[in-house]
Design a protein around this ligand. Structure first.
Ligand code: 5GP
Ligand code: MG
Length: 186
């Protein structure tokens, strides 16, 4: 077996994005965000659980001293998007007239972000944009706007690591791996 394969639960994964590629991309995202929000009051709204590592690396590479808040949703089962957003654990901060940047690990069909943006709009922010490390362009249904800040546009395959899990495992990996023989619909 190839030494670079890793096993998580019942599936095998191979390297997809290295730690260096991820960190370099985050540095350029941080720079673009700093430029875009210069002089504005910015709130980073990190979507748990998947974006916890991304958000922490992103905010530490940014110059701007944004405030950070968290929201939790659940919409994904095993390796296929469920098309539903099941839980939303609330926004407790005052977002009124603030510039909100939603920080996501991955946008797949866009269902989660679509639902989230509607919820955030109810808080009357000055603006809302999305920053997603990964974007599955071929899976995106287009019900929400495309994220303004995108790290990597990736093909429609299941990935794990750097915050993203497979059956709640693999989140701590510094790299991102893709599933071997990505079987959709299980
Ligand atoms: P969407 O609602 O855009 O279809 O899916 C969004 C959520 O599904 C993401 O926030 C993430 O939690 C999960 N997701 C989508 N694609 C993947 C993937 O390739 N790997 C993992 N681990 N989670 C994914
Ligand atoms: Mg997510």
């Amino acid at each position: 077996m190839n030494g670079q394969h890793i096993q998580i639960a019942d599936r095998q994964f191979i390297p997809f994005l290295s730690e260096k590629e991820i960190q370099e991309k985050i540095a350029s995202l941080a720079e673009a965000i700093d430029v875009h929000y210069k002089g504005k009051e910015l709130v980073l709204l990190a979507v748990l659980n998947g974006s916890f590592l991304f958000c922490s690396d992103l905010v530490r590479q940014m110059q701007c001293d944004a405030s950070i808040s968290f929201i939790r949703v659940k919409s994904y089962f095993k390796t296929q998007s469920s098309g539903r957003v099941d839980e939303v654990l609330g926004i407790h901060e005052d977002l009124k007239d603030k510039h909100v940047l939603v920080v996501e690990d991955i946008v797949d069909t866009g269902t989660t972000i679509d639902k989230l943006l509607k919820i955030i709009q109810l808080h009357q922010p000055a603006s809302v944009e999305v920053c997603s490390l990964l974007f599955k362009k071929d899976a995106f249904l287009g019900t929400a706007e495309m994220p303004k800040f995108i790290g990597f546009s990736i093909p429609n395959l299941f990935v794990v690591g750097y915050g993203l899990d497979y059956m709640e495992k693999g989140r701590k990996l510094k790299e991102i791996y893709q599933i071997v023989d990505s079987v959709k619909g299980q």
